[in-house]
Design a protein around this ligand. Structure first.
Ligand code: ADP
Ligand code: MG
Length: 482
């Protein structure tokens, strides 16, 4: 589909901004970003002593208010759904059984799950910090469609919290302070961290710390330190430590009661910001570390079953007709969830995979092909789909799902990135909304369930994907339009 046919949403303020004013406000905005931590470490020129501002959109991008509100209101129901899915062993086994035969990464996660099931789950409570991602679909009057739901390392809650104040500052500088009423408040950072602390309190172990599991190199450092600083500031008696999987292998052991011990410290809550990608596991040591944590009685965010519930294969299985009632017993809720699903198909030959393949080969531009991976850059789009499908064996196909492509409306704005051309040009943009949820509970009961904030990530309309950490997208905040 050519860009010509795509509707363009009204922008927050009249564009273009004249060059002199534009350059001046960008200079201020960049410094605002660096000085408030809307920043990252450079990937090309890594320096632990320095930060660069994270790519951002100069003025907030428009998003349909009704759809934003729909997503916000749905989050506690989605939390409830994911909680039920994560605790349904039979469903996870059945859904992932072909996938884990060919996808060794998901297979290794599943092995940890089976091991802990056999040994007996040591910690009945799970903490999940979820992010449900959406694109509005202009083919359906801009109704939001779920891109995916993240159950591990749902990022940008920290930095996104600062995007609303940053955009408020920029709009005031541009003489458009009147627009601020349509920027929804965002408390993602405190919402996510308060849930971690809630999990910590549940265990009544006053000396225990919260462990953040991190990558060997952290580029998105602000988005993790904000959490750490917020926790220490708001709950001065709680310490946060950061360790990689390798360090946890080297330093970790279980105490007599199943406590996770790291040197002299006991961790009673584990927050994973790594471990979702094969590259995070260099070998058996890192897998041992993951198993050790899972065996411990610390509350994991996420526990292994929640990680598995976040796979693309599970997302596809949930979109099958009639499945939701296995997890949710309220017709209205089931209806609201099914409304956000778009067509999702299995490629497994036992699940009518050939029919999905026919669809994809006939109209590849209407689909996205997805493996069981997180973190961006793994999907296959449009005209690349036929060749990708042909290369796969029948078995390999069961590790992938086919998803209908969502066609979002465009907005116009300025994307500001480190080293970018000045003054920047107005570009066509597409925004993806993420809604954060926090939930704590056991298989039997949910004791904490909240919607806690949002994020907006915006990419050039010409790019298939827009990961900010991957360098393709930019941080943004929604300007709600009617
Ligand atoms: P990941 O786990 O890698 O983040 P996603 O499912 O979120 O995988 O896909 C990555 C990106 O690809 C999304 O952020 C979105 O920009 C794009 N994308 C994914 N699915 C679709 C779809 N059905 N229609 C249009 N774009 C999509
Ligand atoms: Mg994603």
């Amino acid at each position: 589909m050519g860009n010509n046919d795509v509707p363009i949403m009204q922008s927050c303020i009249p564009l273009p901004i004249d060059d002199k004013q534009l350059l001046e406000v960008i200079e201020k905005a960049k410094d605002w970003a660096i000085m408030h931590g809307a920043a990252m470490r450079s990937k090309t020129d890594f320096n632990p002593d320095a930060l660069q501002f994270a790519p951002f959109i100069l003025t907030p991008s428009s998003f349909p208010r009704k759809e934003y509100e729909k997503a916000v209101n749905l989050q506690v129901t989605l939390n409830e759904l994911m909680h039920a899915v994560a605790h349904d062993t039979e469903f996870l086994r059945e859904t992932l059984k072909s996938t884990i035969k060919v996808d060794t990464f998901t297979g290794s996660l599943f092995e940890i799950y089976e091991t802990t099931l056999k040994e007996g789950i040591s910690q009945p409570h799970s903490l999940a910090l979820l992010r449900s991602d959406y694109l509005a679909n202009f083919l359906e009057s801009n109704a939001i469609k779920q891109v995916e739901i993240n159950t591990i390392a749902s990022s940008f809650g920290g930095i996104s919290t600062f995007m609303t104040p940053m955009h408020s500052y920029i709009l005031r500088e541009l003489g458009h302070g009147d627009k601020l009423v349509d920027l929804p408040a965002n408390h993602a950072l405190s919402g996510l961290c308060d849930a971690m602390v809630e999990a910590w309190k549940l265990q009544n172990r006053p000396h225990a710390i919260i462990l953040f599991v991190i990558e060997d190199m952290t580029y998105n450092i602000c988005d993790q330190r904000f959490h750490e600083f917020y926790i220490r500031e708001t709950y001065p008696h709680i310490q946060v430590i950061r360790r990689s999987l390798t360090e946890i292998y080297e330093q970790g052991r279980l105490g007599p009661g199943g406590e996770l011990l790291l040197g002299d410290l006991e961790a009673s809550v584990i927050y994973f910001r790594a471990g979702y990608e094969p590259g995070h596991y260099h070998g058996s040591n890192e897998w041992s570390a993951r198993l050790l944590m899972e065996r411990s009685k610390a509350i994991k965010c996420p526990s292994i079953h929640y990680h598995l519930a976040g796979t693309k294969k599970v997302q596809q299985a949930l979109a099958k007709p009639g499945i939701l009632k296995r997890f949710i017993n309220d017709e209205q809720k089931i209806h609201s969830i099914s409304e956000i699903f778009t067509g999702l198909y299995s490629l497994d030959k036992h699940e009518h995979g050939e029919e999905a393949i026919k669809l994809a080969l006939k109209n590849p531009e209407r689909y996205v092909l997805k493996p069981q991976r997180e973190g961006g850059g793994n999907n296959v789009y449009g005209e690349d789909i036929p060749a990708a499908l042909e290369k796969m064996s029948e078995e390999e196909r069961s590790a992938w799902i086919l998803m209908e492509r969502i066609f979002p409306p465009l907005s116009k704005g300025y994307m500001i990135r480190p080293g970018g051309k000045m003054p920047p040009e107005i570009v066509s943009l597409v925004s993806e909304l993420g809604i954060f949820g926090a939930i704590i509970g056991t298989k039997e009961e949910i004791i904490y369930n909240k919607q806690v904030g949002h994020m907006l990530r915006t990419k050039l309309s010409s790019a298939n994907e827009g990961g900010v950490a991957a360098g393709l997208g930019a941080l943004d905040s929604p300007y709600l339009i009617d």
